[in-house]
Design a protein around this ligand. Structure first.
Ligand code: FAD
Length: 290
């Protein structure tokens, strides 16, 4: 089913998985992850795509599994970046053939020393969205509560977000964040400049203190002082850290839903335990909220 249709009727719960690296046996593992996630009745599961398109076959196979074997809605990511139109046609046609209806349209991260030739055809997600239009997918796109790292100002990023909607994005999923006020600011400002598409918050439970620096470097996401204090005090006690991470994510989700978010997208990093831990803690409110 098309994600924009689902969003027009209800709030969505969704998870994100990534294709395994090439190691033997990992493919079976990702299928069993998907089977476990199914028990939580998500509205869709998204599957990420390598920035250079190297894993496109795996993405098609996993999206096919989600859609046709596990009987859920798949959201296949596609990154334009250095791909050629032929590369994009190959993956788009294969997804179409498998009956995948939803695509998250992205540019992908660029290497630090990229040349002008690097993103020759798809310099931005907007170029890819325009290119994919004839395929008839329901397109979604990424957005950034704290602004995309390449953008000088949040306003510039919002203007580009609006272009993504004009190029066909019917919904947005945000970069992960730990301070909900950035999400509320993004939604308010987006509405103010006329962006109407639902903006689904992306939440990644932070259960491993080692990820703090990585998250800061990769996404620039701020970690509120009170949360950071808890992490630093209990960093050497993994069981306590897990509990803190899960509960903080649950707190974020309840607050987001209470204030009108159209759903929640959990970055579960191929770990069904994380998804189950969050959903079980939300159990008493999940039915009411979603
Ligand atoms: P763009 O929309 O092209 O934006 C990149 C920068 O260019 C921004 O600063 C933006 O303001 C600006 N910009 C946008 N459009 C225009 C325009 N038309 N003209 C001028 N400037 C413009 N990466 C992967 O490799 N694989 C994945 O599967 C993946 N999934 C993701 C899912 C989500 C929900 C999110 C939030 C990110 C994901 N990423 C993924 C990371 C993403 O690829 C990077 O953040 C990348 O740097 C930007 O991708 P984008 O699609 O937002 O690019």
């Amino acid at each position: 089913m098309r994600i924009d249709e689902i969003l027009s009727r209800k709030r969505t719960l969704s998870f994100e998985v990534f294709p395994p690296k090439k190691k033997e046996g990992e493919k079976e593992k990702i299928f069993s992850v998907i089977d476990e996630l199914r028990s939580l009745s998500p509205d869709f599961i998204s599957v990420t795509y390598g920035a250079g398109g190297s894993n496109s076959k795996n993405v098609v196979e996993i999206a096919d599994y989600i859609q046709n074997k596990a009987g859920m809605n798949a959201l296949a990511h596609i990154t334009g970046g250095p791909s050629s139109p032929q590369d994009v046609d190959a993956v788009a046609s294969a997804l179409k053939e498998k009956g995948v209806e939803n695509v998250l349209c992205l540019r992908g991260d660029r290497p630090q020393d990229f040349s002008a030739e690097y993103c020759k055809y798809f310099a931005h997600a907007t170029d890819l969205a325009r290119y994919l239009a004839p395929y008839g997918f329901t397109l979604g796109a990424a957005c950034y509560p704290e602004g995309h790292i390449e953008c000088e100002t949040l306003y510039d990023d919002l203007v580009n977000m609006k272009k993504k909607e004009e190029c066909g994005a019917k919904f947005f999923i945000t970069q992960l964040f730990y301070d909900n006020s950035y999400y509320y600011r993004l939604v308010n400002e987006a509405r103010r400049i006329g962006i109407g598409a639902p903006i689904i918050p992306g939440i990644m439970p932070l259960v491993n203190p080692k990820n703090i620096r990585r998250i800061k470097e990769m996404c620039g996401s701020a970690i509120p002082l009170e949360f950071r204090n808890m992490i630093e005090i209990y960093a050497s006690r993994p069981a306590v850290m897990e509990e803190i991470g899960y509960n903080y994510a649950v707190y974020q989700i309840i607050d987001l839903i209470a204030k009108g978010a159209p759903g929640v997208h959990l970055y579960v990093m191929n770990n069904p335990k994380t998804a189950k831990a969050i959903c079980s803690r939300l159990q008493s409110v999940l039915h009411e909220l979603f």
